[in-house]
Design a binder for this molecule. Sequence first.
Ligand SMILES: Nc1nc2c(ncn2[C@@H]2O[C@H](COP(=O)(O)OP(=O)(O)OP(=O)(O)O)[C@@H](O)[C@H]2O)c(=O)[nH]1
Ligand SMILES: [Mg+2]
Length: 236
Amino acid sequence: MKILIIIPTYNESDNIRAIAGEIFDVYGGLDILVVDDNSPDGTGGIVRDMQLEDTRVHLLERSGKLGLGTAYCAGFLWAIERGYDVVFEMDADFSHDPKEIPNFLRAIESADVVIGSRYSTGVNVVNWPMQRLLLSWFANLYTRLITRMPIYDATGGFKCFRTDILRGVDLTKIRSNGYAFQIEMNFKLWKRGARMLEIPIIFVDRRSGVSKMSKNIIWEAAWLVWKLRLLSIFGA
Ligand SMILES: Nc1nc2c(ncn2[C@@H]2O[C@H](COP(=O)(O)OP(=O)(O)OP(=O)(O)O)[C@@H](O)[C@H]2O)c(=O)[nH]1
Ligand SMILES: [Mg+2]
């Protein structure tokens, strides 16, 4: 099985080298693709140095901050072109524990999409301010009620996909970012009949670097779930 972990980065110079090291320590038999949006802090240059030391590291550089959703879609297409069987979504900031990777790989044996879930077994979030936790939890309740998608953590970003199932989605048409991107991908795959599996993970707030959370991200997602509901009613 050819496995790729996609890590989108924007100003992750504090984290990228360490997270890649931890990933390879947990599971050496995979490649990493960093999709960097010309980070002003020089993340791209660090990854180029890493590539000289390790051929499992790959870099896709984009001209500027074009958003998380299109960064992942570019990464998915890169993986499909190169014949990877399984791809991961993972953040650079240590919110997603590399030690979970073997659990995802076990789960993907009998699924098309594996979602690392913060809410399938209560609340597994560490170090988030209560406000942000409540926002995230209610956002997921809202998403579940409106879209009817049976997923407890539809906005999480630690995920694993079979590339075969991604081939069925027009990845050039996805414009959403942030939470909305995660919801939209889940919804499209669920509607296509993908076998979706949630496994519990513990989510830890970013170790260092700067948060990109914003009001836009919330409004984008709040609107998107209604759009998806309408699309599914009218069968578009
Ligand atoms: N290539 C690219 N990566 C991005 C962009 N926005 C965020 N990222 C990366 O996507 C991952 C998730 O973003 P985060 O900023 O951690 O988002 P979050 O977890 O919701 O919020 P915080 O952890 O509080 O910052 C990180 O690795 C970011 O560096 C973007 O526009 N382009
Ligand atoms: Mg984060």
